[in-house]
Design a protein around this ligand. Structure first.
Ligand code: MF3
Ligand code: CO
Length: 283
């Protein structure tokens, strides 16, 4: 935690009625977030500004993406747009990640690494996962793109994965729990004949890239950490056409793919819990 945020925590305390409600939840045996997971007004403003650039990056990619483009060209767009807007690409050198964005194609689930030799082919589906730092504040979102003529099967996977994110967002509410989200997503995905990746999930975000809580996309209603107004986290379901299992690329130690080689899709938003609902920051 840096000095600036420590000062903000002192100067902008958690509102009294929220502290009270958290204490009640704790008494009932529920898991409540630690105070630094509850963002204060000035931090929320900064994270919103970061998220605005993040959305701009994804819009720029959406405009430019086409058959025959390389994933390195996507990386170039992401890094130049981000820099032009005074921000930093969070993935770059994050735990040694070599590029500025993740590009995950077809059976790649996440953490695909952009490369000069990797072209987008007609019929591919690709996830572009953008994470932005502005003035030290983080935002994180991803979208799927369908390249050229995509099969009905792939199109359905992409559409239903988007629906999974929407269903997860609808299930999230102030004073609900993290488990409500995974419960809703896993039930919806299963009803469509898909499986949900369990090893990776959403996460608190804002002051750091990855904060608590871990947002599993499977779970039980009413279980897990309470969602308190001021919390900011991602929902980012990874939905597989086949089995849920995943493997990590043994050569680059980053890229996660489906174990059965079938397709996977993902959408992600950064969300703020408010007193009366959920606000999507990465629209
Ligand atoms: N954006 C991914 C997430 O949602 C993180 C990628 S980390 C990276 O958590 F460094 F590999 F980019
Ligand atoms: Co994320």
């Amino acid at each position: 935690m840096n000095e600036r945020d420590l000062l903000i925590f002192e100067q902008e305390p958690i509102p009294e009625h929220i502290v009270k409600k958290m204490e009640e939840c704790k008494k009932k045996g529920m898991i409540v977030p630690s105070p630094e997971l509850i963002k204060r007004p000035s931090q929320i403003e900064k994270i919103k500004a970061s998220a605005k650039i993040n959305t701009g990056v994804l819009d720029a990619v959406e405009k430019a993406i086409h058959v025959g483009m390389t994933t390195q060209e996507i990386d170039d767009i992401v890094s130049s747009y981000t820099k032009e807007h005074g921000a930093i690409c969070a993935p770059y050198q994050y735990e040694g990640f070599p590029k500025s964005v993740c590009t995950s194609i077809n059976d790649e689930v996440c953490h695909g690494i952009p490369a000069r030799l990797r072209k987008l082919h007609d019929g591919d589906i690709v996830n572009v996962d953008v994470s932005t730092i502005l003035d030290g504040y983080y935002s994180d979102a991803s979208r799927m793109f369908m390249i050229g003529n995509v099969s009905d099967e792939r199109r359905r996977l992409v559409m239903e994965t988007k629906k999974c994110l929407e269903v997860g967002i609808k299930a999230a509410r102030p004073w609900g729990t993290v488990g409500d989200i995974g419960d809703a997503i896993s039930k919806y995905a299963k009803s469509k004949g898909y499986s949900v990746v369990k090893e990776l999930g959403g996460h608190g975000v804002g002051l750091e890239f990855h904060e608590d809580p871990f947002i599993a996309h499977v779970g039980k209603k009413g279980k897990g950490m309470v969602l308190v107004p001021g919390m900011i986290f991602t929902i980012e379901p990874m939905i597989n056409a086949g089995r849920a299992g995943v493997v990590i690329d043994p050569y680059n130690n980053w890229t996660i793919s489906t174990v059965d080689g079938k397709d996977s899709a993902q959408f992600e938003h950064t969300l703020l819990v408010t007193e009366d609902g959920i606000e999507i920051l990465t629209y």
